[in-house]
Design a protein around this ligand. Structure first.
Ligand code: HEC
Length: 123
């Protein structure tokens, strides 16, 4: 590796790290409004809403022991960037009859930060 390349690489890492940290911080703050109903880590109990551990890539309504609405269970959704984005934007528009009583986050950049946070916080 040339010295110039190494320097450029270091600078790129230095430049990208704070950006990642701040998107994650934004996401974590946004999750405060979900926290009243949802836990994130493996083995934590369901609350008003289901525990979200492993939710990325999971079929909607599949977390063990949670009593979902028949509508969410029957939605056929699989949680990924796109489905989470429209769900968080307006859960009741996405799945008519859902039991998730949440108004939604209209700001796309905020939803993106929240989904980025969810991706690692639910692992
Ligand atoms: C007032 C309580 C409440 C709040 C606040 C809330 N949720 Fe929910 N959430 C629920 C309930 C209840 C369900 C199950 C919905 C159903 O069965 O129709 C749910 C379901 C979900 C699911 C689907 C889980 C699965 O296993 O299929 C995701 C993802 C989710 N919520 C994310 C969020 C996020 C992100 C926020 C914050 C922006 C949030 N929720 C805020 C109560 C809540």
């Amino acid at each position: 590796m040339s010295k110039l390349f190494a320097t450029a690489l270091t600078l790129a890492i230095l430049a990208s790290t704070p950006a990642l940290a701040s998107e994650n911080e934004v996401g974590e703050k946004l999750f405060l409004q979900c926290k009243t109903c949802h836990t994130l880590k493996a083995g934590q109990p369901n609350g008003v809403g289901p525990n979200l551990h492993g939710v990325i890539g999971a079929k909607a309504g599949s977390h063990a022991g949670f009593k979902y609405s028949p509508q969410l269970k029957a939605s056929g959704l699989v949680w990924n960037d796109a489905t989470l984005d429209s769900w968080i934007a307006n859960p009741r528009l996405k799945v008519k009859g859902t039991r998730m009583v949440f108004i939604g986050i209209p700001d796309a950049a905020k939803r993106k930060a929240l989904i980025a946070y969810l991706k690692h916080a639910t692992k």
